[in-house]
Design a binder for this molecule. Structure first.
Ligand SMILES: NC(=O)c1ccc[n+]([C@@H]2O[C@H](COP(=O)([O-])OP(=O)(O)OC[C@H]3O[C@@H](n4cnc5c(N)ncnc54)[C@H](OP(=O)(O)O)[C@@H]3O)[C@@H](O)[C@H]2O)c1
Length: 242
């Protein structure tokens, strides 16, 4: 379906710059939401087009902010057909260094923001609406020192799969993309020694988002779609037989 109206929450982050132009290019009308005004202004300059790609400053992890974002999409475009929820936060640290606040903030960014954004969008959505969330393989394979991040994404996936059952009765599709580290300039600057063969190009994630927000994904409700490129968990026990 082209020309649908999508709320893109957390558009200010690492993936927004790849996802926004791909959805806009097929004719979707987008309201890009974030808290960072300067970054929203950059997105506006790069991709903005009145009546087609607009921005809004709001915190969708707050129920009131989320409600205003969903209502603003309807006010500006006349309807709302889905949500691409890019809000998230990475947090690493061993248990003994993580206080309760760190857990709360990570849960709020990765899980509760999805709840508030979805609850705000739902009253406006109808048959064929599409919601897309983002997780990590670490939710299934929680490595050391990533307890808050892994637990918050595991919560997100369990929640998304549960509501997918509830909402499919109304024709609303809820699906999740599981991705590994994106290959972005920031990551390359921060991790110069990393083998980037195992990261994922943001454009490949954008293509999966375009798929999950299209009629091509009409059969999918509650899917967790791996967009992992060549990433794999390695072990001394793995490898070809000799
Ligand atoms: N990039 C990766 O390597 C990677 C890997 C696996 C999974 N993911 C997941 O994929 C999604 C998109 O990735 P990304 O790299 O674009 O994300 P990101 O840059 O880490 O974050 C996206 C946006 O979320 C917003 N945000 C963060 N904490 C928030 C909070 N407490 N309340 C409200 N908004 C908050 C921020 O926007 P404002 O500050 O403007 O509000 C931020 O720009 C995320 O859910 C991420 O966890 C990403």
């Amino acid at each position: 379906m082209s020309g649908q109206v999508l709320l893109v929450t957390g558009a200010t982050g690492g993936l927004g710059g790849a996802i926004v132009p791909r959805l806009a290019a097929r004719g979707d009308r987008l309201l890009l939401v974030g808290r960072d005004k300067d970054r929203l202004a950059e997105l506006e300059a790069a991709h903005g087009a009145p009546g087609r790609v607009e921005t809004l400053t709001a915190d969708v992890s707050d129920p009131e902010g989320a409600r205003s974002a969903a209502e603003e999409a309807v006010t500006r475009y006349g309807r709302l057909d889905g949500l691409v929820h890019l809000v998230g936060a990475f947090k690493a640290g061993p248990l003994f260094l993580m206080d309760a606040d760190a857990y709360e903030q990570t849960l709020r960014a990765n899980f509760l923001s999805a709840v508030t954004a979805t609850q705000a969008a739902l009253p406006h959505l109808g048959q064929g609406a599409r919601l897309v969330f983002f997780t990590t393989p670490l939710a299934d394979e929680p490595l050391p020192a990533l307890s808050a991040y892994a637990a918050s994404k595991a919560a997100l996936v369990a929640w998304a799969r549960s509501i997918a059952h509830e909402l499919k009765r109304g024709g609303v599709h809820v699906n999740v993309i599981s991705m590994t580290m994106a290959d972005t300039p920031d990551k390359r600057a921060a991790r110069p020694d990393l083998n980037f063969d195992h990261t994922i190009a943001p454009d490949l994630v954008a293509r999966a988002v375009a798929f999950l927000t299209s009629e091509e994904a009409d059969g999918l409700y509650g899917a967790v779609v791996p967009v992992l490129g060549r990433f794999e968990f390695r072990s001394d026990l793995s490898g070809p037989p000799r």
